[in-house]
Structures are given as structure tokens and as C-alpha cells.
Design a protein around this ligand. Structure first.
Ligand code: BV8
Ligand code: ZN
Length: 240
């Protein structure tokens, strides 16, 4: 599988995308039955869409939020949580996913760069809410303080992702970069692999299909993350 072995003090950064949650039953975006087959990005995943039709945007996110109560982390999420325990202090997990499954699996240092379905905030006064403390069944949930429209705490297209400063710091001096379950289409997340290469990180990819930026990888393991990661991560830490 891999000959790479993480040396003591080496720093590891992991970037995940929708593919790592696929085996939990959560739709990806760009696979054949992905979300963007039935929903138009411009109608549900931008601030303009929200101001023009908040009800449609909430229909899209309500459906995805309610699904969270029916899904759970899969072996890929659990393998990463155990991996983190072995690399305490020199490990960063960056996820594009908004499902919160890494946290549910026990990962601790997670940078949810595109936000989370489990958080909401008021578009008018900024008050933050956990989504489980609002009435998500309201057509457009209202702020208890000012009556404004609540929005999912999701980074939409055209909005600046969260934690870019922490992400940039993590990428500096990163020795091993793992990119898992992402089509490598959405920036700035997709640009991290190029940054890793320019920082001379060793780059390993795990994906069902060959991603668009395959040429930048030192190693590519094709297949399902839930099947590949448990063994691969144990090999990397020399446990296998
Ligand atoms: C920004 C929240 C300015 C929504 C998301 C033209 C060129 C380049 C860039 C742009 C451009 N025009 C506009 C842009 C910028 C734009 C962008 O990149 N657009 C793309 C579409 C071209 N980006 C932005 O707008 C970003 N903001 O640029 O602000 C800025 C930035 C920095 C500094 C200053 C200013 C904001 C982007 C965030 C948008 N929000 N999410 C929501 O979730 O509802 S993006 C959305 O796509 C999700 O977060 C998702 O995670 C992400 C990426 O998709 P993937 O995770 O890769 O999922 P996908 O379905 O594509 O692929 C799944 C993969 O898994 C597949 O390859 C499949 O083979 C694999 N797989 C499937 N099953 C498995 C598997 N792998 C392993 N195991 C399996 N079992
Ligand atoms: Zn408010």
C-alpha cells in the first residue's frame, strides 16, 4: 500500500471532501447521483440565492441537516480520529464537509473551512445558534433577538472560507499531506495540494475516481476511503 512511514516530529495535514462521508450515506456533489444533479448551485449555495429566495435555500439545507440524525461516521472518519491520537500536536484536519461527522467520530483539531450544518446565525444581527436549538421546520427560521432571517453557517460560493490563517500556518512545514474524497474543483481548498507540493510535502491521495489534480500526488490510492484508510493510516504510523 505505502512505503512512507511518518518519522517522529513530522507534521501531518489532512484535507477531506464529500467523498469521505459517502459511505455514511451522505450524497456527494459531483458524482452521478450527487447533489448538483438535482439542485442548482447558483440557486442554493450563494448569498445572492439566500437573499432572493431564502425559503428554497432553507429547503436545501433543511433536507441535509435532517439527514444528519440518520447517518453516522464510517470507518474512514474513525480511522482519522485514531490517527490523530497517535500524532498529538503535529496533526491538522481540514474538511470541506459541513456534516460534522469528523467531530462525531472523535477528531478534535478539525478546521471546518466551509462551515457546518449544525450551526446557524442571524443574517441581520449575527447572533449564533446551534441548529438543534432553532425550529428548523419554519420556512425561513427567524432570529429570537431581532426577527431577522437565520442562515445556515455554511460558506457559500463567493464567501471567504473559515480558518484560512490556521490553514496557511498548518501548511507551512507540513511533511505529509493527505487529500481524501475530494474532486479538487473548489478553491481555495483545491489549491492546498499545490501549496503542499511547493512546500515539498509528501502528498498522498485517496479517492474513488482519479481527481483532476492527480499529477501533483506522490501516491494515489484509488477506492473507497472507508476501505483504504484504516490500513493505510496504520502503515503510515508503522503499526502495520
Ligand atoms: C472564495 C458549502 C473568495 C456549500 C461549498 C473560477 C475558477 C476557480 C475558482 C473560482 C472560479 N469562479 C469562482 C471561483 C471560486 C469558487 C470556486 O472554487 N468555484 C468552483 C466551483 C470553480 N470558490 C469560492 O467561491 C470559495 N470562496 O473563493 O472566496 C476568496 C477566497 C479566499 C481568499 C479571499 C477571497 C468558497 C467555496 C466554498 C463553497 N461552499 N460548500 C454546501 O456544502 O452546501 S463547496 C462544496 O464543494 C462542498 O463544501 C464540498 O465539500 C466542496 C468540494 O466538493 P468535494 O468535497 O470535492 O465533493 P465532490 O462531490 O466534488 O467530489 C467528491 C469526490 O469524492 C469525488 O472525486 C468522488 O470520486 C470521491 N468519492 C466518492 N465516494 C468516495 C470518494 N472517495 C473516497 N471514498 C468514497 N467512498
Ligand atoms: Zn438577529
Amino acid at each position: 500500500m505505502t512505503d512512507y512511514r511518518i518519522k517522529p516530529k513530522e507534521k501531518v495535514v489532512v484535507l477531506t471532501g464529500a467523498g469521505i462521508s459517502a459511505e455514511s450515506g451522505i450524497k456527494t456533489f459531483r458524482d452521478e447521483n450527487g447533489l448538483w444533479r438535482n439542485w442548482k448551485i447558483e440557486e442554493v449555495a450563494s448569498y445572492d440565492a439566500f437573499t432572493q429566495n431564502p425559503s428554497l435555500v432553507w429547503e436545501f439545507y433543511r433536507m441535509r441537516y435532517l439527514q444528519l440524525s440518520e447517518v453516522s461516521p464510517n470507518p474512514a472518519h474513525h480511522a482519522l480520529a485514531e490517527f490523530e491520537d497517535k500524532l498529538a500536536g503535529r496533526y491538522t484536519l481540514i474538511t470541506q464537509n459541513v456534516d460534522g461527522l469528523h467531530l462525531e467520530a472523535g477528531s478534535r483539531h478539525v478546521l471546518e473551512m466551509h462551515g457546518s450544518l449544525r450551526r446557524t446565525f442571524c443574517d441581520n444581527c449575527g447572533k449564533k445558534y446551534a441548529t438543534n436549538e432553532i425550529n428548523v421546520h419554519e420556512e425561513v427560521p427567524e432570529c429570537k433577538i431581532c426577527g431577522g432571517n437565520l442562515r445556515p453557517d455554511i460558506v457559500w460560493f463567493g464567501e471567504i472560507p473559515y480558518s484560512l490563517d490556521k490553514i496557511e500556518a498548518a501548511m507551512q512545514g507540513c511533511d505529509l499531506f493527505l487529500v481524501i474524497g475530494t474532486s479538487g474543483v473548489v478553491y481555495p481548498a483545491a489549491g492546498l495540494l499545490s501549496i503542499a507540493r511547493s512546500n515539498n510535502s509528501y502528498c498522498i491521495g485517496v479517492n474513488l475516481d482519479a481527481p483532476s489534480n492527480l499529477g501533483l500526488l506522490n501516491e494515489f490510492h484509488q477506492g473507497k476511503a472507508g476501505e483504504i484508510l484504516p490500513k493505510l493510516l496504520n502503515e503510515l504510523t508503522g503499526e502495520f
